[in-house]
Design a protein around this ligand. Structure first.
Ligand SMILES: [Zn+2]
Length: 126
């Protein structure tokens, strides 16, 4: 098990940085491909991998766009900047303030588990 994280970044930000990493990875792979100019097959493989990473990042960016339309825009109570929430619990994009849509969870310690289907199912049983 990993150590409990103290700082939570908002989900949209997390996915966005993941997509950004993918873009750099793609460019990096293509750059490595250039170093293999003499070995044609290696160059082609690195180029294809690079293009795949970039295509995948485009898909992820598109997905963020879809998620953003579903996210609920709110004003963060802590820094008073507009942010977006995904799921029952999320963190502010600006100040990482944990936020919840559920009155029952207010005041409780921030936990990603509140978003999981398993938790919701268990709560319904009660
Ligand atoms: Zn905030």
């Amino acid at each position: 098990m990993s150590e409990p994280q103290l700082m939570y970044s908002s989900k949209i930000n997390k996915i966005r940085s993941f997509a950004l990493i993918l873009v750099f990875l793609g460019i990096g792979l293509m750059y490595i491909g250039l170093l293999f100019k003499k070995t044609e097959w290696a160059m082609v493989i690195f180029f294809i991998l690079g293009i795949l990473a970039i295509v995948f990042s485009t898909v992820v960016y598109f997905w963020i766009g879809m998620l953003s339309t579903k996210a609920i825009p709110i004003i963060c109570p802590s820094c008073e900047k507009p942010t977006k929430m995904l799921g029952r619990v999320d963190a502010c994009m600006h100040c990482k303030q944990p936020l919840t849509m559920d009155k029952d969870l207010e005041g409780k310690e921030f936990d990603e588990k509140y978003n999981s289907r398993k938790y919701k199912r268990e709560e319904k049983k009660k």
